[in-house]
Design a protein around this ligand. Sequence first.
Ligand code: HQG
Length: 180
Amino acid sequence: ETTPDLTRISKYISLILRHKPEVIGIKLDTHGWADVNALLAGISRKYPINRDILEEIVRSDEKQRYSFSEDGKKIRANQGHSIQVDVELPVTEPPETLYHGTAQRFAASIEVQGLLPQSRLYVHLSPDPETAEKVGQRHGQPVIYLVDAGQMHRDGYLFYLSANGVWLTKVVPAPYLKRL
Ligand code: HQG
């Protein structure tokens, strides 16, 4: 379990590694990697941190949001980016059904437009309804959709599985959605 302080630092790391590396004046490479020493130097202007604390955050993260490179010199977010990076997600055959949790207030729009990636690179899908409910709760009164991933796959849509078990796809057209 991460302490509240580590959670705050982890949120800052998510901001940097997924959305705005410029807040600490660093750049991500094309595969989303940041230099660990540059990240530590940047974060330390705001929060006390060192390599051990960073390793503890990565190790204990309940969603396994980050990975170190094999040599330990680089770090990246496994998914969730809004900036254009290629984290080398493997194209993976999805299970027949995946789930998407969202808020009630988005339902009308989703049922017309389908699921769109909005500010992120992909639509995020969950492997089970319990996880989807947690994702939906972040936005308000949760609503869960069943995604006919098997049919999408047969129709040629690509699915990717992130290193931390989140399913990603570019869009989910409305006909593949069913409200749970
Ligand atoms: C909604 C968390 C209206 C969509 C989670 C969602 C996830 C539409 C919101 C990850 C729409 C975008 C991503 C449409 C989609 N009309 N609303 N046509 N299409 N939406 O946060 O999936 O803790 O970008 O339903 O666990 O909620 O950050 O996506 O409600 O894996 O690591 O637009 O973030 O992980 O919201 O969450 P988000 P998300 P972390």
